[in-house]
Design a protein around this ligand. Structure first.
Ligand SMILES: NC(=O)c1ccc[n+]([C@@H]2O[C@H](COP(=O)([O-])OP(=O)(O)OC[C@H]3O[C@@H](n4cnc5c(N)ncnc54)[C@H](OP(=O)(O)O)[C@@H]3O)[C@@H](O)[C@H]2O)c1
Length: 266
């Protein structure tokens, strides 16, 4: 590893929270590997970072992480180029809303591949190399949705529970090692058209929990480097998390169904 440079690898870094995580890592002096769908935006973001931080390295790989072979492709790309990953941010993820049967089975298959399988596979590929380093971090992006069962958003919420559960378990397994696993659980962040539409429908609740992608990234990375297991950005989301512990489950289901049904029927 003598000639190898260390990098933060961020999935879903051409937009939203992933882009903000990549930018925040760059501002902290890290070299960054940006992985997202093979769209022009990915190169634009990478080039912009390279121009802003000329003394650091930025590389990108366009790949569809819903494809079963994609995590291995990402790993091999790093191996081939001697990129050593000391921060792995598994951020890429896809939401959904609507009656369960309103989407084709293929949609859910892709969503589960992206939200869960790609995260596990990337972690499995990179962890052995990360364990050889003095210090390394894994940041898995879950959601406030991971704390609830959400009618009309069921697969998303379940996939984020998976992210959270897997990350807590792995952190414990690695507790005596050099690799620290942290979980980010954001509430609303206005990043893409689906979230913006949802936000408009959620009204007041969303307005008071909303954070920018930059705020979320700064909070999550600061906490990760301070070895905090979970980051819930914002005061109100923390409050909602506490509410979720005291409101009876049936009532929670009814409240969440009411909140998500409107947007899902539009
Ligand atoms: N926004 C929120 O309110 C919110 C709240 C809680 C949790 N989260 C979680 O935070 C993470 C980021 O969300 P976001 O809102 O920032 O997302 P976003 O703005 O939609 O951006 C998603 C990123 O992932 C990339 N991507 C999408 N599908 C991909 C695929 N199949 N393979 C590779 N890359 C793919 C996108 O590339 P393109 O730009 O080319 O599509 C983009 O770079 C997700 O895991 C999400 O569940 C978001």
């Amino acid at each position: 590893m003598t000639n190898s440079k260390k990098f933060a690898l961020v999935t879903g870094s051409s937009n939203g929270i992933g882009r903000a995580i990549a930018e925040n890592c760059a501002a902290r002096g890290f070299n960054v590997l940006l992985v997202a769908l093979p769209e022009p935006k990915l190169e634009e973001v990478t080039n912009a970072l390279a121009a802003k931080y000329p003394n650091q390295e930025f590389h990108c790989l366009g790949v569809n992480l819903m494809d079963a072979g994609a995590p291995q492709e990402v790993f091999q790309w790093c191996q081939k180029n001697n990129f050593v990953v000391d921060i792995l941010a598994n951020n890429a993820g896809l939401g959904n809303s609507g009656d369960f049967l309103s989407k084709k089975a293929e949609f859910y298959f892709g969503q589960m591949q992206l939200n869960m399988v790609a995260m596990v596979m990337l972690t499995h590929h990179f962890l052995p190399e990360m364990q050889k380093l003095d210090k390394a971090y894994i940041l898995n992006v879950a959601s406030m949705a991971s704390y609830y069962d959400i009618p009309f958003k069921g697969i998303y919420a379940a996939s984020k529970k998976f992210v959270s559960s897997f990350s807590h378990s792995l952190r414990y397994e690695l507790k005596d090692s050099n690799v620290f696993v942290s979980i980010l659980c954001p509430a609303a962040v206005l990043t893409n058209p689906e979230v913006i539409k949802r936000d408009a429908n959620m009204g007041f609740v969303s307005k008071i929990t909303r954070q920018t992608a930059e705020q979320v990234a700064e909070y999550a990375l600061s906490r990760m480097f301070n070895r905090k297991p979970v980051s819930i950005p914002g005061v109100f989301p923390k409050f909602y998390r506490t509410l979720g512990r005291v409101i009876p489950h049936r009532m929670q289901l009814r409240m969440l169904a009411n909140a998500f049904i409107k947007q899902s029927r539009e």
